[in-house]
Design a protein around this ligand. Structure first.
Ligand SMILES: N[C@@H](CCC(=O)N[C@@H](CS)C(=O)NCC(=O)O)C(=O)O
Length: 90
């Protein structure tokens, strides 16, 4: 099973939609709430190449983008194979 990370905030409709899509695939994303843990926002910007909106989603460390990109990836059939990839051993 892949490791799915999601930078989010507590009130965020796009985060909720991303969460629902991932859960529909049986995946529970590891959430980092950047409005609670504000020090993590800099890390999100660094990892996402400067993207400021939430969510920012990573699958096995690969930056996917926000909800729109996640949904587009699913619609072209690319999400399921990524989610099926095992997370790298740490
Ligand atoms: N196209 C983006 C839209 C994300 C978005 O607008 N998120 C809102 C929160 S739900 C946000 O970050 N707003 C703050 C901002 O635009 O700076 C996606 O699909 O993720």
């Amino acid at each position: 099973m892949a490791r799915v990370e999601m930078y989010a905030t507590r009130i965020c409709p796009y985060c909720s939609m991303a969460d629902a899509l991932l859960r529909s695939k049986g995946v529970e994303p590891e959430k980092t709430l950047v409005d609670v843990h504000t020090e993590e926002r800099a890390r999100m910007l660094e990892r996402s190449g400067g993207r400021r909106t939430v969510p920012q989603i990573f699958i096995n460390g690969q930056h996917i983008g926000g909800f729109d990109e996640l949904k587009a990836l699913d619609q072209k059939g690319g999400l399921d194979p990524l989610l099926a990839e095992a997370a790298a051993e740490k």
